[in-house]
Write a protein that binds this ligand. Structure first.
Ligand SMILES: [Zn+2]
Length: 123
């Protein structure tokens, strides 16, 4: 696990799910996470029925919305295919966010384009 209070500001998926997002983010290169953490926020519908994206929120950060259906269930373990898929989705959306913030990073774009075509239901 990565330590640091900045996770409090970037994770808003519900306590249990925040830990899983934090775990997924631990797969990113440390320098990449350090550079972009202030520009990302994760939300989910796990513990809310609806929400409104305040305009100011989106001005300064990429808001990544995680579908409830992919969140790891209670008692889930990393080795399970559905948990691997959840980690993939988190990293995939982070890659999209970083690309859009940086006006294109060619090697990362190629990787993401490949991933997008190999998984249904993403984007
Ligand atoms: Zn994609």
């Amino acid at each position: 696990m990565i330590e640091g209070s900045y996770f409090n500001q970037m994770l808003d998926c519900g306590t249990y799910y925040n830990e899983w997002v934090q775990h997924a983010l631990s797969y990113l290169p440390e320098a990449m996470l350090a550079e972009h953490k202030d520009g990302l926020v994760f939300i989910s519908t796990a513990q809310r029925d609806g929400c409104r994206m305040a305009r100011g929120y989106c001005d300064t950060r990429e808001v990544i919305l995680l579908s409830e259906r992919i969140l790891p269930k209670h008692g889930a373990e990393e080795g399970q295919p559905e948990v691997r898929y959840f980690i993939y989705v988190v990293l995939h959306e982070v890659a999209h966010a970083i690309i859009s913030r940086c006006d294109g990073i060619a090697p990362l774009e190629a990787v993401v384009a490949d991933l997008c075509s190999s998984f249904p239901g993403g984007g």
